[in-house]
Each structure stands twice: as structure tokens, then as C-alpha cells.
Write a protein that binds this ligand. Structure first.
Ligand code: NIG
Ligand code: FE
Length: 393
């Protein structure tokens, strides 16, 4: 394939402060060279080496591809009616997940695979070059195994969300469900997964149940991540820190103690403003987290119940306008922050040796992601140096 030289980049976000200005390591009038699927060179356009293929970007901005570290794409059906009811006054409760469990169990393999592919492609067109994908709408050994296999067909970042809510056949018997997960489900599904996740929240699983699931996953070589503190304060954050989770996600209702714990840990706080938007919840206090030194990531949390969007640009716009993150913090959180949440140092950054995962915007600066909300700004997407999507001009 040979090398590709992109010149005429108006603003290049490298996310490496040693390569450019500020925390995003910005280089103006920049160029970047991809070779063999990785970044070979970055610098000023005037100093760009020659290569086998060239493209002049005409002043557009280039960023690392977004790193989507939280999505639920293996499911069937949708919950538009539930959304409509919620917008008319019915509050969100974790139990709505059971509607999607029923639809997912009833779907054929092909239906599930086709829906997952559709949403993966939608994510790519929104600029996400890495997409973590959770199960969680099977909640039986057979159905979770099918879901994790499908997730693993589309991503290396497949997550077994073994305990999302107790399914109907375990109604009122969450402990029995957890026992089944720990004794059977995790053994069968772990070979296809990288991560183990649990929904630690009232109406889902309590601290001890969630701890049991995470510990069983860790024993099978999976790395923990946690859904916690979405609907009220609770034990999710402390549990995530205790087990050394890569991230705790939602983090909307936290105490000062939770923030301290996170600040002293390597656990990333992944904020999911699409869920708070679509459930008309309050937004997480990103400022308190960032100002305390917590590493913050942004995810879209695409799922049919609380956040049916794959758009990290949309989440960046909310994070800036509603959560008072600076544009730089929001862009970092959706790229390098997502990479931290997935414990990856080869993505979310454009420095020599990193994966050549990048996006070009139909705009001169990353600022336009928040400045032009709802506008399809993703002009071109490269994955491992290969052009994966180009918008019509
Ligand atoms: O991340 N909070 C738990 N899981 C999803 C919601 C899933 C659903 O409602 O179907 C979330 O928001
Ligand atoms: Fe989620």
C-alpha cells in the first residue's frame, strides 16, 4: 500500500503535548504520514517528507479518531415508546432493560448481527475508530454467549455485561442469578471477552452482588469496568476503585468521598451525557472531577433505552455547553480519555508509532465540534491508515 502523506492540515490534534501546543499538542499548518497502519511522522506541512500517496486537506482539522469506550450495540428492537413516555413525565427505571432482553432473546443471529453492524458503521461515520461493545441484553448463558460472540466479530474491545438486570425468570432472586453468572455464564463467555461489566445500581445489582460478578470475571482473566452512580449515589464508584476497574461509567451522582477515591486511583470516570440527555437526568459534575485530578473520558453509551446515539461529537457539544468542560477537555476525553478507559496507549493519540486512526473534519478546528452542534462534520475517517469512510462533498 505504501505511505500516505496528508498535508494542508489547518489544525492537527496530536494529544501529545511534546509534539505541539497545549494539552492537545496542536500543530497548525501540519502534515502527517501514515505507513504500515501506523503514524510515521507528524510536523509542519512545509517540512513534510514525500510519500507514495498524497492528499492535501485544504486547511481542514485532523484529530485522532474518537475512542468510544462505552456502547451496547448487540440488541434487537428499540424503545421509542418508552422514550416518548419519559419525555411526557414517566421517570427512567432500570427495569426497561427487560423489554430489550425479551426482544434480543427472540431475535435471530442474523438480526442481531445486522443491527450490530449497522450501529458499528454509524459509529464509524460519526468518527469513532475504536468501539467498545457490551452484551447485557441476553442475561442467560446461551443468549450472552451469542451476544459476546457477535460483539467480538466487530471489536477487540468486547465486554461481557453479565449482570445488567436480573432477567424475568430470576425476578426477586438476584442472588440466584449472580450465582449462575459466577458459576456458569462467565466460564462459558470469558474466552470471547476482554472486559467484565456490571450495573451496580438500585433496581439492578447491589454492591456485594456486583463485587461477586467482577471477582469471578477477574478470576477468568477479564478486566473489570462498572456502571455506577447513574441514578443516585451508591457504592459503584468505591467498588470500581476497590477492584481496580479500568473505568466507572455514568458517575452522575457522586459524593466528595467518591471524587477523592477516583482522584487517587487509576480508574477513569467515563461520563455519558447522552444518557443524561435522553433520561432528562442532571449532568455529571465534570468540573469537580477534572479539578480534583480525576481522568475523565466521554462515551456515547449507545443503547436503545437511555442513549440511542452513536455520536461523540454530540456528546462533546453537551459536555462543553452543559457540563462546563473546555473544548480541549472534551476533545481529549473523547479521544485520549477513551483510550485510557480501555487501557490503550496506541490509540487516541497521533504520534509516531501510534495506530493511524484519524478523522478529518469539514472545518478548520476541533472547536467546531462544539461550536456547530448537530452538524455532520466528519469528512473522512482512517483506520490503521486506510480510508474507511469519506463523506460526500
Ligand atoms: O448505560 N445503565 C445501564 N445500562 C444502560 C441502559 C440500558 C437500557 O436502558 O437499555 C446505560 O445507560
Ligand atoms: Fe451503558
Amino acid at each position: 500500500m505504501g505511505s500516505t502523506v496528508l498535508t494542508g492540515i489547518g489544525t492537527l490534534v496530536t494529544n501529545d503535548p511534546e509534539l505541539g501546543d497545549g494539552p492537545l499538542g496542536v500543530i497548525h499548518d501540519a502534515a502527517i504520514v501514515f505507513d504500515g497502519g501506523v503514524v510515521e511522522w507528524v510536523g509542519r506541512s512545509s517540512a513534510a517528507p514525500s510519500g507514495d500517496h498524497g492528499q492535501d486537506l485544504g486547511g481542514r482539522a485532523v484529530l485522532p479518531g474518537f475512542v468510544e469506550s462505552h456502547s451496547h450495540l448487540v440488541f434487537a428492537g428499540d424503545r421509542a415508546e418508552e422514550f416518548g413516555a419519559r419525555m411526557s413525565g414517566t421517570p427512567y427505571a432500570a427495569g426497561g432493560i427487560r423489554t430489550t432482553i425479551a426482544a434480543t432473546r427472540a431475535a435471530t443471529d442474523d438480526e442481531l448481527r445486522t443491527n450490530t453492524r449497522r450501529l458499528m458503521n454509524e459509529s464509524l461515520r460519526a468518527g469513532s475508530t475504536t468501539v467498545e461493545c457490551k452484551t447485557g441484553y441476553g442475561q442467560s448463558v446461551e443468549s450472552e454467549l451469542r451476544s459476546i460472540k457477535i460483539a467480538a466479530e466487530f471489536t477487540d474491545e468486547a465486554t461481557l455485561l453479565a449482570a445488567h438486570v436480573p432477567p424475568p425468570e430470576y425476578a426477586g432472586r438476584a442472588d440466584d442469578y449472580v450465582r449462575m453468572v459466577c458459576d456458569e455464564m462467565i466460564d462459558v463467555c470469558a474466552p470471547h471477552a476482554k472486559w467484565i461489566d456490571v450495573f451496580c445500581e438500585r433496581g439492578a445489582f447491589d454492591r456485594d452482588q456486583a463485587h461477586a460478578v467482577l471477582t469471578a470475571g477477574i478470576a477468568k482473566g477479564l478486566v473489570p469496568r462498572v456502571h455506577g452512580n447513574q441514578l443516585q449515589t451508591g457504592p459503584g464508584v468505591a467498588l470500581a476503585v476497590e477492584v481496580g476497574a479500568a473505568s466507572v461509567d455514568h458517575v452522575t451522582y457522586v459524593t466528595a468521598g467518591d471524587i477523592d477515591l477516583l482522584a487517587q486511583s487509576s480508574t477513569v470516570a467515563t461520563l455519558l451525557p447522552g444518557a443524561d440527555f435522553s433520561t432528562r437526568n442532571k449532568y455529571p459534575d465534570a468540573r469537580a472531577l477534572i479539578d480534583a485530578g480525576v481522568t475523565v473520558a466521554l462515551g456515547a453509551d449507545c443503547n436503545p433505552g437511555t442513549s440511542y446515539t452513536t455520536s461523540l461529537p454530540f456528546c462533546i457539544a453537551i459536555a462543553v455547553r452543559e457540563m462546563h468542560m473546555t473544548p480541549e477537555e472534551a476533545v481529549w476525553a473523547a479521544t485520549a480519555g477513551g483510550a485510557r478507559a480501555l487501557r490503550r496507549d496506541d490509540i487516541g493519540v497521533l504520534r509516531p508509532g501510534a495506530r493511524a486512526d484519524a478523522i478529518a473534519l469539514a472545518a478548520p478546528s476541533y472547536l467546531h465540534l462544539a461550536y456547530r452542534p448537530g452538524v455532520p462534520l466528519i469528512q473522512q475517517v482512517w483506520r490503521a491508515g486506510t480510508s474507511g469512510y469519506t463523506a460526500e462533498q
